[in-house]
Design a protein around this ligand. Sequence first.
Ligand code: NAI
Length: 321
Amino acid sequence: PRDGPAGRAVIVGSGLIGRSWAMVFASGGFKVILYDIVQQQITSALENISKQMRELEKSGMLKGMLSAEKQFSLIHGCSDLKEALEGATFIQECTPENLELKKKIFGQLDLMVNDDIIISSSTSCLLPTKLFTGLKHVKQCIVAHPVNPPYFVPLVELVPHPETDPSTVEKTYALMKKIGQSPVKLTREIDGFVLNRLQYAVISEAWRLVGEGIVSPTDLDLVMSDGLGMRYAFIGPLETMHLNAEGIKNYCERYREGMIRVLKTFGPVPEFSGEIEQKINQAMCENIPVEDIPKSINARREWRDECLAGLAKLKTQMKFN
Ligand code: NAI
């Protein structure tokens, strides 16, 4: 076990994602400074993290080599940005998804940081050219887009600005590995990055199939959760092709025509509104009502997070070789 901090990470914005990042960094032995403009957010983040870490330790799901107590002792709150940045090696920005707000924050950080620190944004949708263009330290800026909840879903999409230094990408990649995440590199920015582009491809065909009355909303979801999703937690669509025939070439030989024929029957981009929206909403709310939000939807969210924690554990047991 490491007994000294591996580095110092500053979390800017201590909401849902910031808290989760803090836990991930601490699990990797990093000293973590939680910063927010709302003091109450820092206080509740620390309480929440302490509680979660103890529960995770009890259930054997705590990440990293250090005890919950030791990990928690690495995390400190700070409500002064300048002070928070002292000695920091990495900044993970986790403020609300608002371009003007984020630009203002990066502008502030740009004036305070040295030439070594990495400035990373958790943004789900905003492109690096929108966020970082014109900053003096643009070479040190990158998007590191996590998946909710990052503590159990390790993927991080690394998206560079055209002026991001290659060493920033490499350092961020190595750091993400070190803290137990699973980074992927995009060579350049694209709207939706990769994860959401794949997700939207699935959502739009799901919407069309339900809209055309071919399958019910609940059965559609079962096709993923009891079908495709079973393998996708372990292997991706390309490896699936490779394994489902005698390699990719053989798969294309066998299924090329069929894939193209089916793909040509896909409809236009759905409106995601009107009758189909109502139908899907009704089906979802039958099982998980949203009116009394705290109860049923939160219970289902908790169950989902438990499933993801269990799956994360299974994935480490099922490592190939
Ligand atoms: P949130 O609303 O839970 O937390 C945002 C925090 O930022 C709040 O604590 C707020 O007080 C603080 N804040 C606001 N202005 C600030 C400022 N000027 N300086 C410092 N802190 C400030 O938001 P959430 O869900 O944690 O999202 C944060 C980022 O992570 C967004 O960019 C979002 O797109 C991204 N993200 C969110 C995911 C999700 O599922 N929620 C998944 C992946 C990325």
